[in-house]
Design a protein around this ligand. Structure first.
Ligand SMILES: Cc1cn([C@H]2C[C@H](O)[C@@H](COP(=O)(O)OP(=O)(O)OP(=O)(O)O)O2)c(=O)[nH]c1=O
Length: 199
């Protein structure tokens, strides 16, 4: 079975990929600095970041299947990434309060044996509830917003902020598992077969 590598530092992405293929992968973070790409629209930005992360690891690990992703929020066309600190998190959540935002994940699967890349941008519409400043400050004080695009975690306490979504839930967390399963199949990775081996 080909070596599968998740090019990510995200514990959430690791958990999501485990849901799909068990422990049949290695985690090797990319050395790519996400700050390097500027001036792109939100969708192009997450795609470019995902591609750069995947290519960085693919160059170091031949004969593998490399998975990389990048998630951001488009709020009225403005890109929101991970908050720089508590004040930034408060500002982001205030901006999103009562609005429908677009969570965008750029996803890439690279066959580092032949260099063939497959990539996509998956969008989930997320309707945020109205939040008072007191609620926002209380949520930020839990610490959950840090390290999360848009300063919330839908899979955690952040569920309280989300009235409804339209699209893939896993995509909001950080890996669009349905689309990823299709991309892995195109690279000869049979997720059902892998999980049978683990059963
Ligand atoms: C919107 C949202 C994001 N997130 C997290 C997933 C990602 O870890 C993070 C998105 O930021 P990213 O910059 O995409 O990912 P990362 O820096 O955490 O990890 P890496 O680049 O090494 O893959 O936000 C949630 O956990 N829940 C959510 O609801």
């Amino acid at each position: 079975m080909r070596r599968i590598i998740l090019a990510s530092t995200s514990p959430r992405r690791r958990e999501l990929l485990t849901q799909l293929i068990g422990d049949n992968f290695q985690v090797i973070p990319s050395a790519y600095n996400e700050l390097m790409v500027e001036g792109l629209d939100p969708a192009s930005r997450v795609l470019q970041h995902a591609l750069e992360k995947g290519r960085d690891v693919a160059a170091k690990y031949p004969d593998s299947v490399i998975i990389a992703a990048d998630t951001g929020i488009s709020c009225g066309g403005k890109f929101l990434g991970k908050p720089a600190g508590k004040e930034d998190a408060i500002s982001m959540l205030g901006m999103m309060s009562g609005r429908t935002v677009e969570v965008l994940t750029g996803i890439v699967v690279i066959d580092s044996e032949n260099g063939i890349e497959e990539s996509d941008i998956i969008s989930t519409q997320v309707e945020m509830t109205n939040l008072s400043r007191e609620e926002i400050i209380a949520y930020v004080k839990t610490g959950e917003p840090m390290g999360k695009a848009g300063a919330f975690a839908i899979q955690g306490l952040g569920a309280v902020l989300v009235e409804k979504i339209e699209g893939d839930f896993c995509n909001v967390v950080g890996l669009p598992l349905f689309r990823l399963s299709q991309m892995l199949k195109n690279k000869g990775v049979d997720v059902f077969g892998l999980m049978q081996a683990d059963a």
